[in-house]
Design a protein around this ligand. Sequence first.
Ligand code: SF4
Ligand code: SF4
Length: 337
Amino acid sequence: MELRRLGKTALEVSVIGFGGIPIQKLGREEARRLVGLALDYKINFFDTAQGYGDSEVKIGEGIKGRREECLLATKSPCRSFQQALEDVDAALRKLQVKVIDLYQVHFVNDSETLDQVIRPNGSLQGLKKAKEEGKINHIGITGHNPDVLLRAIRNEDFETVQVPFNIIEDGPDERALLRAAKEQEVGVICMKPLAGGVITEPELSLRWILAQSVSTVIPGMIQPKEVESNAIVGRAPLPLSEKELEKLKKVCHPLEENFCRRCMYCMPCPEGIPIYLIQELGDKVKVPQARELCRDIYARQKVNVEACNECEECEEKCPYHLPIRKMLKEKHDLLTT
Ligand code: SF4
Ligand code: SF4
């Protein structure tokens, strides 16, 4: 597995990291085996979050007895000094470790939130205290808005930045962030390497990303074969040939204006509506061969869109500002008529 330096942290991370969102869907034993397999393949960077259900617990169980082989990154949407300290302590307990290699402020998507984080008594100060106390080794920031993150990394306390980056989500703002990160020795962790499932050539996409100035890319993994195929890419991530680049571009259609990237940040819905699943079924139902299956899966859900109470919680949490309620109603119609 190729290793790269994670910016000024000087940590040597595997170019393929383990994205910790999907593991929530696995049972405890299956999850433990998956994490163990990733370690066997020399994937040493594990990224999880307070907000990813029981992902921290499962990753903690999976690395038990193998702590020396891995670097742990987690995060929370902490905004205040006290919250940061409490979240770090909770993560240490769930991961069952004495120190976390990288703790990130999660989900910083606008300037107001960034101001809350960096102000006196904000979460950045709390994380600096946790670092002084030896509970965390490094501090990072994550978000979906490259402009805001560009501003954030001017603050030299942030040693890493985590951002969606792939051949589709590659514009002037992303490039400016990558340039600044390189100049300032801030480690870049790429999330959403397949743009939420829009890119259907994982190997080519990962290699394209790794040819840019990034430290690691963290595809979500849920099946052993994904761990294996991703890890193989990380052994020798050669840049794409012209022919391969053409092939990758062919499967990358521009994103629809309202495209759900299945990030699950909108979950949980207080009414129990499986929002991201309905988004996915509502897209796939348009494919004639998949229509009946999608409708059948939707019909078997305990709660459907009709239970929506219009609370708007999901829309407040969606980093892409999607009109979720409207989308769900449209998808409900497609799935039931
Ligand atoms: S608006 Fe509807 S779908 Fe969204 S969180 Fe509220 S109840 Fe759930
Ligand atoms: S609706 Fe928004 S928050 Fe929910 S899964 Fe889709 S992109 Fe993510």
